[in-house]
Design a protein around this ligand. Structure first.
Ligand code: HEM
Length: 502
């Protein structure tokens, strides 16, 4: 339709994610749609996505932008800082390299696993009180707080309190004696500013400037701009305080391994060295660190919450899969519910790993994201000028019937590798990894994918070793809402302490 393009088609669907499924079945795996003057090239197939998702640096360096310039995101300051939307490619490369070096380190991943286990055990003490009082647990609420607390603690090193606040909101009083009032306030403020930041980003990216700055609306826009500024001031204060603390330490006394401390100490006598490239032969300044911390917080909370809920949903839904997971957990960790928890053992949980991947294949937290080319490229057999918007329809790639056998069937075994064959058992592609797009691919692939899987795995092991878990409502479905990613509305479960075998 002239001017509007495909915009009216959207009205037939619940949300954009559902619309993209419709687009795939109507127009195929690679097609072009128009929203007003904006052209979107939708990719729903791993082969077409290959030049973007490949690990080949020669190809993927042509797709370095997240998207075209967006005046709203620019106004928010996120096109020139951090990682996710940064269009300043020199800055993005440096920030990304620093992040990758930290999140790939075994010590850091070990810290993530340890903290997740410790905080899960802490949450279980509150759950035990609820179980004793025969109360149901809405996992979607609890895991949102849990994953927020883990992110705040592992990323900033601050203690986090929202799981305890959730408990108190149910009419209990948990004093959480080990935290001072100011520490509690700091972590709650961070979570609340982070949530506002999510919502604000949608407003700024979707609403055109002439509407945002129109009389009557500009006041609201100004309030949201203030929230963004408050978040920046808040994080920068934390960064400066930590920097000052580190400066006072002698070389040997640095104990913390949280992300912020590691980032502040890269290329200093306290931290890891990163001299592989000349531009990395320095430390990040406070504003650069702010951008990175903001984006890592942004990337890690909602996605992990949704994924954890999805995994428990499948555990409750498929009892045979729950049995296989338990057998594997007992084989690796034994039957005693001890805290003798080794990070190295997590790597042996291949069935749990397969379960998580299959869960995230069929229900992709980010069903799509944009990527844009910084050079002319060939995609899908056509040549494209630079600065196109390619929409990587991860959900469509993940269930593409050309790549997956029984693509709609939940079958974790497809991700297990047989002894004599590196290939997944139930994908028809030679390189099945390219058909699994949940974490994107290529130059901007999610840097937190191992981090996320470790958090989910640790929680899965910790919960199943301690509790029997079942739905409150036997007909529980996927009760999720969508904005830019999926998140659960409600997932009520009933827990019973698991009888320990002697
Ligand atoms: C299950 C959980 C997660 C899912 C499904 C997920 C998914 C994604 C996807 C699809 C992308 C876009 C990749 C691309 O363009 O090719 C992305 C990017 C990103 N993710 Fe994740 N993510 C998850 C967890 C995390 C965690 C725990 C972190 C914390 C480090 C994180 C940080 C980021 C960042 C910073 C980017 C931007 C990368 C860039 O533009 O260079 N994500 N994520």
């Amino acid at each position: 339709m002239p001017l509007l393009g495909n915009t009216l088609e959207l009205l037939k669907y619940k949300n954009i994610a559902e619309y993209l499924k419709g687009v795939q079945s109507k127009y195929g795996d690679f097609c072009e749609i128009h929203f007003g003057f904006k052209r979107l090239l939708i990719i729903s197939n791993g082969d077409v996505a290959h030049p973007i998702h490949t690990s080949s640096v020669t190809l993927s360096r042509k797709f370095l932008y997240r998207d075209l310039k967006n005046p709203g995101l620019d106004e928010m300051g996120i096109e020139n800082s951090g990682i996710v939307f940064n269009r300043n490619l020199d800055e993005w490369k440096i920030n990304r390299e620093f992040v990758e070096r930290i999140v790939r380190s075994r010590n850091f991943l070990r810290m993530i696993a340890g903290k997740t286990y410790e905080m899960a055990t802490d949450m279980f003490k509150l759950w035990d009180i609820l179980i004793n009082d025969q109360r149901e647990i809405d996992l979607s609420k609890w895991l949102e707080k849990f994953s927020g607390d883990i992110s705040v603690t592992t990323i900033t090193g601050l203690p986090a309190y929202s799981v305890h606040t959730c408990f108190n909101s149910l009419g209990y009083e948990d004093n959480c004696d080990n935290l001072s009032i100011s520490e509690r306030e700091l972590s709650s403020k961070m979570i609340s500013l982070l949530n506002s930041f999510f919502k604000t980003a949608q407003w700024f990216s979707l609403v055109p400037p002439f509407i945002r700055h129109a009389p009557g609306i500009s006041f609201f826009n100004g309030k949201l701009s203030k929230l963004i500024k408050d978040f920046e001031v808040f994080l920068i204060e934390i960064i400066q305080k930590r920097r000052a603390e580190i400066d006072l330490l002698s070389e040997t006394t640095l104990q913390s391994s949280d992300f912020l401390t590691l980032l502040l100490t890269v290329n200093t006598s306290h931290g890891i060295e990163l001299h592989s490239h000349k531009s990395l032969n320095r430390s990040l300044n406070d504003y650069e660190i702010f951008g990175v911390i903001r984006d890592i917080l942004f990337g890690s909370v909602e996605t992990v919450t949704t994924s954890m809920c999805l995994v428990f949903y499948n555990i409750c839904k498929y009892s045979s899969i729950k049995s296989k997971v338990l057998t594997e957990i007992y084989t690796i960790f034994g039957h005693s519910n001890s805290s003798n928890f080794l990070y190295e053992d997590l790597e042996k949980l291949s069935y749990c790993d397969a379960l998580i991947k299959e869960t995230l294949r069929l229900n992709t937290p980010f069903p799509y994201l944009p990527r844009s080319n910084n050079e002319p490229v060939e995609v899908g057999g056509y040549l494209w000028e630079k600065e196109q918007t390619f929409i990587l329809h991860y959900q469509g790639i993940n269930i593409n019937k050309n790549d997956w056998i029984d693509e709609e069937i939940f079958y974790p075994e497809r991700f297990l590798r047989s002894e004599d064959n590196e290939q997944s058992m139930n994908a028809s592609k030679v390189n099945a990894r390219e058909a699994f797009a949940t974490f994107g691919g290529g130059a901007r692939v999610c840097p937190g994918k191992h981090w996320a899987i470790i958090e989910i795995k640790v929680l899965l092991v910790a919960v199943l070793m301690k509790y029997e878990i079942e739905f409150v409502n036997k007909d529980q479905g996927l009760d999720m809402a969508f904005d830019v990613s999926y998140h659960w509305r409600e997932l009520k479960i009933r827990l019973r302490p698991r009888m320990q075998e002697t």
